[in-house]
Design a protein around this ligand. Sequence first.
Ligand code: CA
Length: 718
Amino acid sequence: MDRSRLFAAAALLSLAAALTACQPKPTAAPPAPAAKPAAQVDAARLAAAGTDGANWLSTGRTYDEQRHSPLKQVNADNVAQLGLAWHHDLDAVNRGQEATPIVVDGVMYVSATWSKVFALNAKTGEQLWAYDPKVPGDWGINACCDVVNRGVAVWNGKVYVGTLDGRLVALDAATGKPVWETLTVDNTKRYAISGAPRVAKGKVFIGNAGAELGVRGYLSAYDAETGKMLWRFYTVPGDPSQPFESKALERAAKTWKGTWWTQGGGGTVWDGMAYDADTDLLYFGTGNGTPWNAALRSPGGGDNLFLSSIVAVKAETGEYVWHYQTTPGDDWDYDATGQLILAQLKIGDADRKVIMQANKNGVFYVLDRATGQYISAKPFVATTWAKGFDPKSGRPIVNPAAHYGTTGKTFVSQPGAAGGHAWHAMSYSPETGLVYIPALDLQMSYTPENNRKPSKYTFNIGFDFAAGSLPQVAAIKAGAKAGAVGHLSAWDPVAQKEVWRAQYPQPWAGGILSTSGNLVFQGTPMGEFITYSADKGTKLWSAPTQTGIVAAPITYEVDGQQYVAIEVGYGGAFAIAAGEVARDKHAPSNTPRILVFALGGKDALPADTFVALPLNPPASTADMALVDKGFHLYHPYCSNCHGDAAVSGSFIPDLQHSPVLSDAAVWESIVLGGARKERGMVSFAEELKKEDAEAVRAYVIYRANQTLAEQKAAKPVG
Ligand code: CA
């Protein structure tokens, strides 16, 4: 479709309308019917969202963030008739798409890579408007985990999006035009926003990311109408020579040692939030510390509050109410930022109002949400970093070998930094009483790095990326690939045990939707959209999606028809960083799309046009000293986006395939000259010299020839 022609046609039409308006009117024309106001969402509608199956009004569907829908037109008996009703290609870069769409009164609002927002007719897929916040391409390096966005919020005719470069923007829901915009971060520091805002009581709540990159975490509340900041809760204490922002932070400072504030501290609030309208408490999870390595962050120990914690504050004022720290003194990037679900559970004889999280550290937590009191915790995946958990408090009894910063020795931990669960939203069905967890079975090797100075464009985490790189040994590589898997766990939060699981040969399957049709929906990285029976886990239906899925599905109803929608597009933290372990564990195509299914749907996707890039590197002629120097520069400068050991497991270009490898001048123009900064590839000229760029090129050429030799050995000619 030629969009410029469409715009031209629209302009002519409005010109004609303007001319018509200037003509004297013989008789008064009847007034045009007023367009239905867009996104009319208020406190009453949000409070009643639980029974409003037709709409999906906030990212977690309800304030409880259960992601469970009462709709059951599509159910376990008829799901075989589910077919594609429509699809819409998003004008977005084909990296990770992690957004949960919002649907209000037949209109879908959804975000995509680089914080773009789209409004679509939820019945037909027709695009109503698009908004591009025009995030500068070179801000992409300030996002640890891909240029993703997990969704928007709606309130009183406006759509809210947090942009990768730290702005909170309110859009007119009818037109997509900005109403107000405010910078929520100090943009001299490496903050980024990837998470969805939440709205309650006329306030928009937004956090940020950057705990790998030297920032101080916080959550802010803004007036939804004006964009004025109302309060801010810092998650870690600042410089103790200055007044603390609150008594809570003064107490928190006693759990730190050294000069943590000079490194930022971390504790960023980059994803999970929930709101309890009864108690007016806002809950959120906090991230890891800066650096990860606790021996460098807080020498001599300490719990380091409020890192890796679930925190409750008063929504009205941001005043601290309680916290529960899931990983005291965290060394492993065990953010407590995963989705938070509120529910009422029968525990013993008591009806308990609880908050639940399947934490990155591999443990499923159930807490009293009014007080933060510990109720129970159990590992839902293997947890080699802990020897056990205190039965009264849930506090981990850490395996001493896991403190790699203290021992100075490598520790292979499960979970690793991707966690047992984090990004991919889970759901809770009050009908089955089960939480559906998109779980990860991943290990990671942690080696301390003590001497490198913090730099502008690397992760500053006290972790040696070169030492953690996958060894180029066939048996080790095969084992690592085979061991990197994932599963969907149907978890009983009362008994704290798994009831059923669906095992996947790949990790990083998408978020979950459950429905009263006894269905659980999940997409996979291989490009399959699946439904299971919610009670037993029987696979009932699936559809090919061509593209891998990270995001969570939603369901809604328009004109009596139930629809199930999913945003497809593979990417995110594991995909971009894990290199060969992630390669081939996703669909080869990656078209950013919304797919919407309904009973009897007859739409079809266009033919998949994926063509594999050839591997045709120049001969490796550099001496091994240069290659080795390149290896130690590639990690950590390049590996966090282009993948470990120069293998891309995502859709960020695999440098081994780069045609630029054979041209030192063009390579330099990109690495040092910033020729591709608009696409996210910044200039490293402040940090790397010409000979450094050349060393990295030599290393990538060497690796490409290694890979070529492996491929030839695996596929003998003839
Ligand atoms: Ca983190």
